[in-house]
Design a protein around this ligand. Sequence first.
Ligand SMILES: Nc1c(NC[C@H](O)[C@H](O)[C@H](O)CO)[nH]c(=O)[nH]c1=O
Ligand SMILES: CC(=O)[C@@H](O)COP(=O)(O)O
Length: 237
Amino acid sequence: MAFSATNAAAATYSLKFVDNNSHFSSQTKSLRPFSLTFGTKQSYPSSLSSSIQFQTTKNNDFDFGLTISRNGRSDFASTEAVRVLTGSVTSTHGFRFALVVARFNEIITRPLLEGALDTFKKYSVQDEDIDVVWVPGSFEIGIIAEKLGMSGKYNAVVCIGAVIRGETTHYDSVANSAATGVLNASLKSGVPCVFGVLTTENMEQAMDRAGGKAGNKGSEAALTAIEMASLCEHHLK
Ligand SMILES: Nc1c(NC[C@H](O)[C@H](O)[C@H](O)CO)[nH]c(=O)[nH]c1=O
Ligand SMILES: CC(=O)[C@@H](O)COP(=O)(O)O
């Protein structure tokens, strides 16, 4: 079946059905928001704003990659050509992790660390496969994360800190530097360095995210590290 339509809104299209004996019939219709019904008895409701293309294989067997462009976003539904890669959080055997923890605002960073360690334990990461490295402040996290990543000893590095705004613009320098440092550590070492650094307006917001009503961002960072370690180890080596 050969089918094409362009610039939907009020376009017309010609639909040519070619069966295995190369017989074909064609129809011409105006393209309006409509439902497509195929032999699969599955309808594809859509308000088209662009084109649908089908392609037939060389011997005219019916094969199609359906491209629907609607509301300016293209979806692509295909036959079994799509491969999906996802890290698993249930297979941590042999994984080694490092945590870089800022001592500044330790009243916050220590519960973040404990949340991360609890999560690693919950997902069967052995204590002997975890190293904790303390640094003075969040500004120092990046260089240490990069060294740990470059060491080749770890599957992922969790970076923990708490940058809490004060009276001056120093907050912006520290927060931005911490984020850039962790990102650069990942990119330079090729080892996932997870950003578990809180950047909050006040202490209350930090407490809420270190085991309070907003959860524990250290725990979340550890789970992210496990998934990223699995994605890299199991799928991208
Ligand atoms: N104000 C915060 C800091 N400041 C210290 C810096 O991180 C750094 O240690 C210092 O500038 C020396 O290089 N650190 C935090 O982690 N959180 C803060 O709120
Ligand atoms: C994020 C900071 O550096 C901040 O805690 C420093 O506080 P201040 O801006 O009052 O010196």
